[in-house]
Design a binder for this molecule. Sequence first.
Ligand SMILES: *Cc1c(COP(=O)(O)O)cnc(C)c1O
Length: 386
Amino acid sequence: MIPYGRQDINQADIDAVVEVLRSDFLTQGPVVPAFENAVGKYCSAQHAVAVNSATSALHIACLALGVGKGDVVWTSPITFVASANCALYCGAEVDFVDIDPQTYNLSVQRLQEKLIEAEKAGALPKVVIPVHLCGQPCDMAGIHVLSKQYGFKIIEDASHAIGGRYKDEPIGNCRYSDITVFSFHPVKIITTGEGGMALTNSDELAKRMILLRSHGITTLVVDRHVRPQQQLWNYQQIDLGFNYRMTDIHAALGFSQMQRLDEFVSKRHAIATHYDQMLSAIPVVTPWQHRDVYSSYHLYVIRLKLDEITKTHRQIYEALRVSGILVNIHYIPVYLQPYYEKMGFRAGYCFQAEQYYSEVISLPMYSELTEEQQVYVVQCLINSIS
Ligand SMILES: *Cc1c(COP(=O)(O)O)cnc(C)c1O
């Protein structure tokens, strides 16, 4: 079996986790801040807030930006459901901006057109969540200009994109956004088992997210309400938060994995280049890369040129699965999920997204994928097509 993605764990990772297990703190110890510092420094972001998943990070990012009932949040339809669900958790509505047919990221042109219409209707979004699909950064400069013009906030869903770069700067520096979110699920670039992080350059947003990840309880004396009988041991809940904390066990794995982040991404690039070469004579579209970006290559997605192939999308997908290649589809447009259809979304809503969905397949992509495995994947793909 060749999965589409998997973690890369070495002895140093295992030792780091074991060391925490033998230490005084399994959670709320020193390793979480060490991991946060490592990621924050790597990304040149002022604050990094570790949480137990990217889903949690998206949720508290929305809350920190004040998303609530009566607000609308826009994202890409070609993403994991969590990029949209976070707005629903806050009682807001979600809408979708169609993708760019070349990068598969949210289209800045479509965003602009939709903003013009929304302004007329008095229904501008509060937050836009661009998703760096496959690790390829969105046109952040373009989205940033529109955010200033139309007054929305930006959360980058960079769940795929740690280690990637945009205009020669690290993803996560929040130059063009308010908050950037990473995921450390095992299929992503680095892992903590489950885990996520929210980065920001705003002291205020960082403070709110730190509060929300731990029950809304503050440990800062300045934020405490004065009580007649001041207790030294007092802590106070000043907002309704959650238990979204990352443990030190998870953070130790993440900190250790950070030491190999650049190596992981360069291995993924070598794999992508190899696929690009092997697939050049096959009727598929390989991932196009904008010159401003250095992708982290979380995924390697191909589009089948179905008008040049006699087999269907489904037949090719099934044939690869039968050959033990656990290909996947990233993603079903979010609004076609039954839960979203119940809200009134219908097929036909985003033409480019549906076109993409009808012909896309993710080939195996992870740092330990061998050249022989890649050759096997491509051979099976050729066989499945002909
Ligand atoms: C994986 C992923 C998430 C959710 O990450 P978790 O850490 O599993 O919560 C969110 N958005 C995108 C685009 C993802 O790929």
